[in-house]
Each structure stands twice: as C-alpha cells, then as structure tokens.
Design a binder for this molecule. Structure first.
Ligand SMILES: Nc1ncnc2c1ncn2[C@@H]1O[C@H](COP(=O)(O)OP(=O)(O)OP(=O)(O)O)[C@@H](O)[C@H]1O
Length: 219
C-alpha cells in the first residue's frame, strides 16, 4: 500500500470543548489508485490529509506511507518521507517568491534527487506554462500559480499525491483539463492520489469516493 491508515483517531481541544475529528479511521490506498475525500466543512478532511503528510500526529492508530510508519519517525524522518515520496498540493501554493516558474517547477524534484529536464518541460507544456517560465510567482494569476504548484508536485514523481482542492482557483474548463492531466500522469507514473474536494462532480472522476461524517467514513 502507498498509504495505509489503521484505527486512526484525532481530537482537538477547543474553547467549546473536545472535538473528536477522526474516530478509528481505516484507509488503504494502493499505487495507481485515486480516491476523492468529501465531507461537510469541518468534517476533518484537511486533518486527515495533514496526518497522511506527517504534518500532524494522530492520538492513536498508525499512518503508513509506502512502508514508513510515520509515528515511528521523528520530525526529520517524516520530513524525509515528505521530500522523497509525498507530493502535496494544498490550497496555499507556497511557491518560492525569489525563484522563477522554471526553478519553482524543478524545486521539489531537485530536493528529491529526481531532476529530469525533459519531464519538467513536458509538464510545463501540458500545464500551459511554457510561455511563463521566466516569470516570478507574483507576476502570475491565481490559476497560473495553481498550475505551477501542481506541476512542481508532479515533477518530483511522488508515490503519493495529497491534494486539497487542487483546481479550486481554475474555471471549470481549465479545472477539468488540469484534472484530466493529473489523472493521466498519475496513471503513467503509477502514483496514488488522495484528493479533498467539495465538488461531487470532481469526486466522481476519481476511482473511489469516501465521505467523512462524524469522524467516520459514511458507508
Ligand atoms: N489546530 C486545531 N485546533 C482546534 N481545532 C481544530 C484545529 N484544526 C482543525 N480544527 C477543527 O477540526 C475540525 C476539522 O477541521 P478540518 O480543517 O480538518 O475540516 P475540513 O473537513 O477540511 O473543513 P473544510 O472543508 O472547511 O476545509 C474543524 O471543526 C476545525 O475547526
């Protein structure tokens, strides 16, 4: 399995009291699979994504990414798994302001030790970024920045892609095209995709769908 959650629970203590966000959640995602995670606002989708990325720790249960049990690793170890195996496309693009589009696209691939100029230029071409390679993030529209963020993630050929509304800043036609490209490239590289979305239309395009309700997956 590329991602395996076993009996994962997570709560937050808030001013209003204890919130049980995830309760004994099990989830398996194999190479080549795509899974859409839906659920009402506040149902715990981002929390689950953060646990899968090793950005947060569960109260109990285990999170395994490509054979690495994240709870057995320290911060450095979890960061190494993220750098080498996990590609993240969150709502904040976190592009590097001092680097142009070409360097942003290559950045994570370089960190992962998998720089591949011809793959990067193919991604740029498919994402409609070829004419923008020398621009800096502040000179791009929100949708263009989003496409750079997606390209940067695909460029490192991650085993697992975690995406939170990755096409949320694109109009429907561009969003559909970018999603088609993501699914095509994921199939080609045999990676796994866990995608959080509010769009049932987008969710339906993925191989599997799960909905979080009251800390569990609705059956
Ligand atoms: N660090 C935190 N401390 C306290 N409560 C938190 C914390 N992070 C998240 N929460 C709460 O946990 C719940 C789940 O949040 P989460 O962001 O996972 O939901 P979501 O399903 O991704 O929502 P949305 O669709 O609105 O992005 C929410 O009620 C949120 O307020």
């Amino acid at each position: 399995m590329v991602l395996s959650l076993k009996k994962v629970s997570k709560h937050f203590d808030t001013a209003e009291g204890r919130l049980d966000i995830l309760v004994d959640v099990d989830l398996d995602l194999a190479a080549g699979e795509s899974l859409a995670l839906t659920g009402e606002s506040g149902s715990g989708k981002s929390t689950l994504l953060h646990l899968a990325a090793g950005l947060d720790k569960p109260d109990s249960g285990s999170v395994d990414v490509a054979g690495h049990v994240l709870s057995d690793l320290d911060d450095k170890g979890r960061a190494a798994v993220r750098r080498g195996i996990v590609g993240i496309v969150f709502q904040q693009f976190n592009l590097i302001p001092s680097l142009d589009v070409a360097a942003n696209l290559a950045f994570h691939a370089r960190l992962a030790g998998r720089t591949d100029a011809s793959w990067e230029s193919r991604l740029a071409d498919r994402l409609g970024l070829t004419g923008l390679m020398k621009r800096y993030p502040e000179q791009l529209s929100g949708g263009q920045q989003q496409r750079v963020a997606i390209g940067r993630t695909l460029a490192m050929r991650p085993s697992l892609i975690l995406a939170d509304e990755p096409t949320g800043n694109l109009d429907e036609a561009n969003g559909d095209a970018v999603m088609s490209l993501m699914l095509e490239l994921i199939a080609e590289t045999n990676s796994a995709l866990l995608l959080v979305t509010h769009s049932m239309r987008l969710a339906a395009r993925l191989g599997r769908q799960l909905t979080l309700t009251s800390g569990r997956f609705a059956s």
